[in-house]
Ligand binder design. Structure first.
Ligand code: DX5
Ligand code: ZN
Length: 215
């Protein structure tokens, strides 16, 4: 059986003590740290920018999976790459030339992904899949942690799994929003490779158990 990548979202962590929080998820067996960047424009919430990613980079060897929920990813992605991001994911709804941006990010030597909001169909990104390292399926409306998983999005995971397998593309399917031990099973059964989880992991008494319960 394939090993599921677990990416705790630090949006639910203690922002005053991120170094300790990173150590905790590292010790719990997490694979990546998922970093939610929001601009108050693409989504109705504001979080963190590249200077914070720079500090996170110094504090952890974990893969930094940076999810840009911002209006102009083409204008800002480089700041995050220079800050030490390993993966940069932008929203396809936020750009005109997704392919061009993907190629630019990949040429910088890091991995590139696109994300789709719940209302965006798989057909919007189908032609990008062969150049993508990762596709991020949102199972909540982006903007906030702690929301409920949208079952309606599971068919998208399955559709992507089929296309990627049939065409032998090298693209990871990551799922983000409302992931807990129960919804994780649904996503993995549909074909997910990586799971983002914020509230479920950081509110758990035993975070190691919580991370393991997602695999
Ligand atoms: C939502 C963010 C998610 C969020 C996940 O816009 O992209 O990464 O933090 O948090 P939970 O797991 O609490 O839904
Ligand atoms: Zn996210």
């Amino acid at each position: 059986m394939k090993r599921i990548i677990v990416a705790p979202s630090i949006l639910s962590a203690d922002f005053a003590d991120l170094k300790t929080e990173l150590k905790r998820i590292e010790a719990a067996g997490a694979n990546w740290a998922h970093v939610d960047v929001m601009d108050g424009h693409f989504v109705p919430n504001i979080t963190i920018g590249a200077p914070v990613v720079k500090s996170l980079r110094k504090a952890t060897p974990l893969t930094l999976d940076v999810h840009l929920m911002i209006t102009d990813p083409q204008k800002y992605w480089k700041d995050f790459q220079e800050a030490g991001a390993d993966i940069i994911v932008f929203h396809v709804e936020a750009v005109k030339n997704a392919k061009g941006l993907l190629e630019e990010i990949k040429a910088s030597g890091i991995k590139a992904g696109v994300s789709i909001k719940p209302a965006t169909p798989v057909s919007e990104i189908e032609s990008l899949l062969d150049s993508l390292d990762l596709v991020l399926v949102m199972t909540v409306e982006p903007g906030f942690g702690g929301q409920s998983f949208m079952e309606t999005q599971v068919s998208k995971i399955a559709a992507l799994r089929k296309i990627i397998d049939d065409r032998k593309y090298n693209c990871i399917i990551e799922v983000d929003g409302g992931i807990n031990d129960k919804t994780a099973k649904v996503c993995v059964a549909a074909g997910a490779d990586a799971l983002v989880s914020g509230n479920y992991i950081f509110s758990a008494g035993d975070i190691k158990k919580a991370v393991e319960s997602l695999r």
